[in-house]
Design a binder for this molecule. Structure first.
Ligand code: PEP
Ligand code: MG
Length: 551
């Protein structure tokens, strides 16, 4: 087999070539385990859990940033006193050591899941601890990622946070997983470590350990047994892209001078200060709800104003688009969200909360206006989850009454269809492609198994974007994109070809997006967009767009 290609979702650009290594499998739990004296068993469990915790802590010392935090948090969980008590209880009931360990972790996982939110996300860490402790107790190889002798490509179903956190980019040169989406742990850590990564790869399970593969994190491809020519060509192209990105200085423009603003998504002052060190032209999405995830009581107007001011100050003369609270669904806020909604993604989230509790919206706009006083740059304000023209009119009037520039996000298909009417009431719109995909395709954006539907290259999504962009051009008002789509360099060119006037994503994505846009003409972008919209699916859309951009 030569150059046979598997397709997935490229989440960290770059190329890695090497033999496939796979994580060491979970340990086998002995079937007929005898009971053990509870005190002796508890001591053995505690000793094994402590060894596991020490090994994780050792790896944390060699890691940095979120990777080190993930490892330390998992180590702390392995030392949890509550876990020891649960094991002891089971040993006293006559369970064997491994069964007691597995049962105790199951019980704790149940409690974490019931608590929901951040606690529920730690269930993967608990499963990882269970496997490591059982391996230690039974003398089996510790599960997780082996340390390969030669630069290798790590392939797995999905990776536990503790596995990805300690990876050495010099030995693991690329990652490919069968599961996982753009927001999975694997993606976050791979991005931080700069390891090229493709998730949701079809057919990866059939690739045997040791097979030489090439992972193209830009194209979202895993090439089996790549020919030397192909490997050279792809690696050369990736190196050229990295070099072009490193020399990008902004502002965003095509090679023939068509301007498209390149902006950053931020969530607080620290993020804005980091973004300000890059050549982004401003902030295209300040997610205010993320400042208050740990609050049960609504922050005062003064407190909110101080937090918003940090972001405005960080950006100096550059523009900031601030979004009113997008509480609800995957971002519940103790002081705002309605509890126990049966289907929160389709519930009272985003601006709907402000419509129900006008005071909440007014106080936030008071805070934004106060923070914006004397700010050197422009401050624009937009609302999330707007669905109708009336809602846009309500918000537009409120924001103008505060002396600010109003806009709305286009995340609900009804709003995309009504963009021309909505633009009568506001000065700009910004398309949230993450949610627009979720609602257009009736596919949970967090569900890895549905990531082919929420792929931002879906032609139907591009057609929705085109409709909104046209409405903006007709009205002479800006239409931005601030979802993950704007972080994909080739898709960014397609969006520019559709008539989008600004692209906002993680600041780290900006140089490659800016450099790629700077290498193509507006006509090539338009041609790529036209071809992508006619494709039969996202993979074909991407392929034809790349071909047109290269012409
Ligand atoms: C979006 O939905 O695309 C968006 C930018 O908003 P968020 O990701 O915060 O929901
Ligand atoms: Mg959204």
């Amino acid at each position: 087999m030569s150059d046979s290609v598997l397709h997935g979702n490229g989440v960290v650009p770059g190329i890695g070539v090497g033999p496939v290594v796979r994580p060491i499998a979970r340990p086998v739990v002995p079937a007929d385990e005898p009971g053990i004296d509870p005190d002796a068993g508890t001591a053995q469990f505690s000793a094994a859990a402590a060894r596991v915790a020490d090994r994780l802590a050792d790896r944390a010392e060699r890691a940095t940033g979120p990777a080190a935090e993930v490892l330390l948090a998992t180590a702390a969980l392995a030392r949890d006193r509550g876990l020891v008590a649960l094991v002891q209880k089971r040993l006293a009931e006559g369970a064997g050591l491994c069964a007691a360990t597995a049962g105790a972790i199951d019980e704790l996982s149940g409690m974490f899941s019931a608590a929901g939110g951040v606690m529920a996300e730690r269930v993967t860490d608990l499963a990882d601890i269970r496997d490591r402790v059982i391996a230690d107790l039974t003398g089996q190889a510790e599960p997780g990622v082996p340390s390969p002798e030669v630069p290798s490509v790590l392939c797995a179903d999905d990776l536990a946070p503790a596995d990805t956190a300690g990876l050495d980019p010099a030995v693991v040169v690329a990652i490919a997983t069968s599961l996982g989406g753009a927001t999975s742990h694997t993606t976050i850590i791979a991005r931080q470590l700069g390891i090229p990564c493709v998730v949701g790869t079809n057919g990866l399970d059939d690739v045997a350990e040791g097979t030489r593969v090439l992972v193209d994190g830009s194209a979202g491809e895993v090439v089996i047994e790549p020919s030397p020519d192909l490997a050279r060509e792809r690696t050369g192209a990736a190196e050229a892209a990295v070099a072009a990105a490193a020399s990008w200085r902004g502002p965003g423009t095509t090679s023939d001078g068509h301007g498209v603003e390149i902006l950053a998504n931020v969530q607080d002052g620290a993020g804005a200060r980091r973004a300000a060190e890059t050549h982004v032209q401003g902030v295209g999405l300040f997610r205010t709800e993320l400042c208050f995830l740990d609050r049960d009581v609504e922050p005062t107007v003064d407190e909110q104003a101080a937090i918003y001011r940090e972001v405005f100050d960080a950006m100096g003369e550059r523009k900031v688009v601030i979004r009113t609270l997008d509480a609800g669904s995957d971002k519940p806020l103790g002081f705002a969200t309605i509890k126990d909604e049966p289907n929160p993604a389709l519930g009272v989230r985003g601006m709907r909360l402000g419509l129900q509790d006008e005071g909440l919206m007014d106080r936030q706009l008071d805070a934004v206006a106060r923070a914006a006083e004397g700010s050197a740059g422009e401050v624009w304000v937009m609302a999330p989850m707007v669905a109708t023209e009336d809602e846009a009119a309500w918000f537009g009037a409120k924001v103008r009454a505060h002396g600010l520039v109003p806009g709305v996000m286009i995340e609900v298909p009804s709003a995309a269809l009504l963009a021309d009417r909505i633009l009568r009431h506001v000065d700009f719109v910004s398309i949230g492609t993450n949610d627009l995909s979720q609602y257009a395709f009736a596919a949970d954006r967090m569900a890895a198994s549905l990531s082919h539907l929420t792929d931002p290259w879906q032609p139907a999504l591009l057609r929705l974007v085109q409709g909104v962009a046209r409405a903006g051009l007709d009205a002479g008002k800006p239409v931005g994109v601030c979802g993950e789509a704007a972080a994909d360099p080739q898709l960014a060119c397609v969006l520019a070809g559709l008539g989008i006037s600004s692209l906002s994503a993680a600041a780290t994505a900006a140089p490659l997006v800016g450099a790629t846009l700077g290498g193509v003409t507006l006509e090539a972008c338009r041609s790529a967009a036209a071809a992508a919209m006619e494709a039969s699916g996202p993979a074909e859309a991407r392929q034809v767009a790349i071909e047109r951009l290269a012409d």
